[in-house]
Design a protein around this ligand. Structure first.
Ligand SMILES: CC(C)(COP(=O)(O)OP(=O)(O)OC[C@H]1O[C@@H](n2cnc3c(N)ncnc32)[C@H](O)[C@@H]1OP(=O)(O)O)[C@@H](O)C(=O)NCCC(=O)NCCS
Length: 135
């Protein structure tokens, strides 16, 4: 990796590149809302969330290029890193300096990358969630 990896707080101005990122196929598949997120929905989300005291979000950059986001929403942590920059330690490096004590992460059982990441960050597996999607 040649460029410096750094992060800063997300502002409303970030919402357009975030929309592109979160609609990447694998990010949607690993999310609990698997359908594509619309521009309107994304705008509404960030306008609402950025006003809240129990919400914190960071934009991750490689040099000048935004490559990921971290959200801590009511102590639930989530992270997404752009596809071509995964498996380089970026998620671990950007999450580990944060104080995540008391936080949880909600991860689908097939999301091996996130499970490994959480274990590496010192999260302990807590529960299994069942979901009935049909009938
Ligand atoms: C989960 C995600 C954020 C990990 O980001 P990343 O920058 O690639 O993670 P890191 O490089 O810091 O890797 C952390 C650990 O997970 C492992 N890992 C990462 N991707 C992996 C994969 N696809 N398969 C297996 N292990 C993987 C790494 O090897 C590393 O473990 P190690 O140090 O023991 O080798 C990234 O895959 C992603 O954005 N996925 C789509 C969105 C998502 O699922 N978000 C999680 C919802 S909370």
């Amino acid at each position: 990796m040649n460029e410096e990896i750094w992060k800063r707080k997300i502002t409303l101005k970030d919402r357009n590149w975030i929309l592109k990122l979160i609609n990447e196929k694998e990010i949607r598949q690993n999310s609990f809302t698997t359908r594509e997120i619309s521009k309107e929905e994304n705008d509404k989300y960030w306008k609402k969330k950025l006003k809240r005291r129990d919400f914190e979000a960071f934009a991750i950059f490689s040099g000048e290029i935004p490559i990921g986001i971290i959200r801590i929403d009511k102590k639930i942590v989530s992270i997404a890193v752009s596809k071509n920059l995964r498996k380089k330690g970026i998620a671990f490096a950007t999450l580990s300096p944060l104080n995540l004590k008391g936080c949880t992460a909600e991860i689908k059982p097939k999301n091996i990358a996130s499970i490994k990441l959480c274990k590496k960050l010192g999260f302990k597996e807590k529960k299994i969630v069942f979901e009935k999607t049909k009938g």
